[in-house]
Design a protein around this ligand. Structure first.
Ligand SMILES: [Ca+2]
Ligand SMILES: [Ca+2]
Length: 307
């Protein structure tokens, strides 16, 4: 649908914990960048699954590692890895992915995981909350790429033992969802992965997104008072201008009451205050959209409700 790699997630296990912002990430080696593509470790936390780190060692990089410096002692409970090269589904198959992963903490203790060979973000949960100043991810074995030897990781998140800042939905519904393509999927769960190049897009060919909706269902009645979102296709300004974005909508709560919201025409984070409401679900129906220059589909990159 878009001529870039949207990074995309299916409904998958997510850590019920809060994401930590690493101070820095270093690596045992990094594949040399060329004029067009960088493989630097900064790509691991740039909120884009379509940018990747690749190891620069001989062969498939066994023993290569990534060291996430937490900038002080933190209690970590798990991590989420976008394993492999998520630039496109084709590139994902071309490059090697981590199979056996060793996680080492700053006290030298180690936990071992075997990752799945699937283009899905994968959560690894540590056996118990661990106090550490760093988390080292070490490649013990790989699933070989069909074209290249180099092992890639596209994005990394590390979690602590606090609840997430947003109300985590139990499930989503949508009026329509754009079909998966070479760039990935457009499921509503992309609204809460923290990434700007994964999004929900509607699939109504006749319309521009007006009347389309997304519904968040919470595990129990929960108080919400803010909608935090990244409007449109937030991959880049260029792509933001190409696809439709939301201008206004109506929130409908479990009791049938409604509240109108207005969204700013920006791909940056925005927080929309709403009257505090305790509800088991909320539906956002789009009333007005801003037309893109190239695709007549409404996309939203991130949208979560805050207490
Ligand atoms: Ca990235
Ligand atoms: Ca997203």
């Amino acid at each position: 649908m878009f001529s870039f790699c949207a990074a995309l997630l299916a409904l998958s296990a997510s850590a019920e914990a809060r994401e930590l912002k690493p101070a820095s990430i270093s690596a045992s080696s990094t594949y040399p960048s060329d004029a067009n593509v960088s493989y630097e470790t900064t790509n691991l936390t740039d909120l884009k699954a379509s940018t990747v780190w690749a190891e620069g060692a001989e062969g498939s990089g066994l023993g290569s590692w990534l060291l996430v410096d937490l900038g002080g002692e933190k209690t970590v409970t798990g991590a989420k890895l976008w394993n492999g090269n998520w630039y496109t589904s084709d590139f994902w198959a071309r490059h090697s992915r981590i199979k056996e992963l060793e996680v080492e903490f700053s006290d030298g203790s180690v936990e071992k995981f075997t990752l799945k060979d699937e283009k899905l973000p994968e959560v690894v949960r540590f056996s118990k909350p661990k106090k550490t100043t760093s988390v080292k991810f070490k490649v013990k074995s790989v699933y070989s790429g069909n074209t290249y030897n180099d092992t890639c990781v596209s994005e990394v998140q590390v979690f602590d033992d606090e609840p997430p800042e947003y109300v985590k939905p139990a499930s989503y519904k949508a009026s329509s969802t754009y079909p998966e393509d070479a760039d990935g999927n457009y499921f509503p769960s992309n609204l809460e992965d923290g990434l700007v190049d994964s999004m929900w897009c509607e699939a109504n060919k006749a319309g521009d997104g007006v009347g389309e909706w997304v519904e968040w269902s919470f595990p129990s009645a929960t108080s919400i008072s803010k909608l935090k979102m990244r409007n449109g296709n937030a991959f880049s300004l260029q792509f933001f201008m190409k696809a439709n974005s939301a201008v206004s909508g109506t929130l409908t709560f479990a009791d049938g009451s409604t509240h109108k919201v207005t969204m700013k025409p920006t791909m940056m984070d925005q927080v929309i205050e709403i009257p505090a409401k305790t509800t088991t679900k909320v539906r956002l129906t789009f009333d007005e959209v801003r037309k893109g220059k190239e695709f007549n589909d409404l996309c939203i990159s991130e949208a979560v409700f805050l207490p």
